[in-house]
Write a protein that binds this ligand. Structure first.
Ligand SMILES: [Zn+2]
Length: 372
């Protein structure tokens, strides 16, 4: 009797549980269906918000074309072996031109091989409209270039070589890679002289005595100095501290050697004052300590170069001098082909040179002038 009742209760419980399960399942189905419905509904409304119209595509096309035109107008030229990031360059150009847009550069090129490479820039609008245009990347060998040319440096600066003089952002560059024509220069520039006078006046107030020992030097002065150093120390050693003709900043008329041509000058009160204050007057310490790999020269605590206050303050970098080479993304290395070309050009104008040479006077005591 009791057993029968229990059996009936069990059966009731099973039925109840089965019913509950059915209800739950049904609820699940309904909820899933609703959820799914809602999901697809919301995604379709998102699509309609972001849907790409023909006008969007047209706009993207126009912008891609504008970008490609802008690039080919300025030509993306890079040097053999360049480390410049091409996509970053195009991105920068796109930002200047169009504001924030997504771009992608595709196509093959080899920076170690001279040539012209057709690349594709694909521009993607916020809504996803895409458009592509082609542009040309040229990998050039500067030793093969005739006349004026330009290129983008490893750090993305536009470097322009005009009439044999290389300029980046308004700053003329002279180092082992970039030279000046033999006839260039005729003394310190007015800006350099004025800046120096200001610096000298303040130094004197601070109790520091500045004394220029070498200012402007002509191509032929430098030729003489370098030949002397090469004869005395051997060419390779001489090149670590003495510039070949055409490669000295002194020919620019914007460089000066001050007080002492001795390494210990760096630790003197005057040497310290120059390092700490010259940037305020637009001068830089051109060959800082520990940067030989970048500049190509040993440290020269006496050699200052006028570049203007803006750049000088950036390079000063709170006392941890950044070199011109590192800042602009260029090298400083003699290249055989370039030197041969320069020598031929100098021979072509050697008549003028001899004149200069005679006029330059007594260089018998020039040993102490024998640095870059
Ligand atoms: Zn110097």
């Amino acid at each position: 009797m009791i057993r029968k009742q229990r059996k009936q209760q069990n059966r009731k419980q099973i039925i109840r549980r089965a019913l509950l399960l059915c209800v739950l399942l049904a609820l699940c189905v309904v909820m899933c269906a609703c959820g799914g419905g809602n999901g697809s509904g919301s995604s379709s409304s998102a699509e309609s918000e972001q849907s790409v119209t023909e006008a969007d595509i047209e706009k993207a096309n126009e912008e891609a074309k504008k970008l490609a035109e802008e690039i080919s107008d300025h030509e993306i030229n890079v040097l053999l072996g360049s480390k410049a990031d091409i996509e970053e360059l195009v991105q920068k150009k796109a930002k200047e031109l169009l504001g924030t847009v997504k771009i992608k550069v595709s196509g093959d090129y080899d920076v170690n091989k001279v040539g012209k490479y057709d690349l594709k820039v694909t521009l993607e609008e916020k809504k996803g409209a895409k458009a592509s245009e082609t542009f040309t990347l040229s990998v050039i060998d500067r030793d093969q270039m005739e006349g004026d040319y330009s290129f983008i440096t490893d750090k993305g600066f536009l470097a322009e070589v005009k009439e044999g003089i290389m300029t980046i952002d308004g700053t003329e560059i002279v180092n082992k890679s970039y030279s000046l024509p033999p006839e260039y220069g005729d003394g310190l520039t007015t800006e350099t002289l004025e800046a120096y006078q200001k610096m000298e006046a303040q130094a004197s107030i601070d109790g520091i005595y500045l004394q220029p020992i070498s200012e402007y030097r002509s191509y032929y002065d430098q030729m003489y100095i370098h030949a002397q150093n090469a004869a005395k120390y051997g060419g390779e050693k001489a090149d670590t501290f003495s510039a070949k003709p055409g490669h000295s900043e002194h020919q620019l008329g914007e460089a000066m050697d001050l007080n002492s041509l001795d390494q210990s000058f760096a630790d003197t009160t005057e040497g310290q004052w120059i390092s700490n204050h010259c940037a305020e007057y637009g001068f830089i310490l051109r060959y800082p300590q520990g940067k030989t790999e970048e500049t190509g020269y040993m440290s020269e605590p006496w050699h200052v170069r006028y570049v203007g206050e803006d750049l000088a303050k950036k390079l000063y970098n709170g006392g941890d001098w950044i070199t011109v080479e590192s800042y602009f993304g260029i090298d400083s290395e003699y290249r055989k082909a370039a030197l041969e070309k320069e020598e031929n050009e100098a021979e072509g104008s050697s008549d003028d040179g001899n004149e200069y040479y005679d006029e330059s006077g007594n260089y018998d005591e020039s040993e102490e002038y024998g640095y870059e």
